[in-house]
Design a binder for this molecule. Sequence first.
Ligand SMILES: [Ca+2]
Ligand SMILES: [Ca+2]
Length: 350
Amino acid sequence: MKRFPQMLALTAAVLSLVCAVPLNRITAAEPERPVPLIFDTDIGNDVDDVLALGMIHALEARGDCKLLAVTITKDNPLAASFTDAVNTFYGKGDVPIGVCQSGVTPQPGKFNVLAEKKDNGELRYPHDLTDPKQAPSAVTVLRKALAGAKDHSVVIAQVGFSTNLANLLKSPADDISSLTGEQLVKQKVKLLSVMAGAFEKIPRKGMMVDHREYNVVKDIPAAQKLAQDWPTPIVWSGFEIGLSVPYPHESILEDYNYVDHHPLAEAYILYIPPPHDRPTWDLTSVLYGVFPHRGYFDLSDAGTVTVEKDGLTTFEKTADGKHRYLKLNDVQRARLIEALVQLSSQPPQK
Ligand SMILES: [Ca+2]
Ligand SMILES: [Ca+2]
């Protein structure tokens, strides 16, 4: 908390620098708003997914995006219940939620149990998806969301494993759409913004080493399928990006007290309590997906990401490549932290 005056000073310093951000940082055209967004998450394995989901609701309240669906790659039923509880907290309890049966990370995790938390016999975080076995499959939810969207409009933020999106690519035509999964993606999706892989070496025990990133290694065949066959542009937020942008824990202690119980702050505290500053991996993919044109990040050259069989991600620059990865400088990093804090802690609309 002592850091807060310093943060204000930092904000002022950043504002003066922002005015000096050259126009060539602006790397994409302004998207039509609201951006139709699908959030594909392994919510429950780390808390950045939860902050990212809160941020999406803030962006929706501001008219910047519309959350079409949430699909889940953590194979534990509480992940869907907790997601529904967070959505309901933000007034969006009807957002479709799809689940998978993959056997990947079946543990409940540290904070999804909040879905079942009761105070005086009442759910602390009310929601109606109390029996997630009733939830439809992620592929069904994805196909419905895409089939109902305008062509080349949808942004997907994938911040967990590639299980659902790989299964979507393999899905045949059905009652929902006469298009195969791959055709649907090609026709409806504009951008896949994914938190996965690593495109720099990562410091470990005083050395810089190759990093086999969690979202990739937990389902390597799916990540390989995604990197090889996904037909639209993909922008990758590598492990190094979120790692270099820690969420200031002071915000957890101070910015969420507008209600007695806040699902984001309580999840954060159950995961690793303050004074831990958690990296913002998944938040970066959401922000890039909705604000690709505002210079929060730079992009690599175009190229192709390959997922090796041990889970290592490699990037090769190619003129016609569909992949780019995010890059950050110190000025952008300071802007980014402020944007992520302010958006994830924005109160729900009344
Ligand atoms: Ca619901
Ligand atoms: Ca995640």
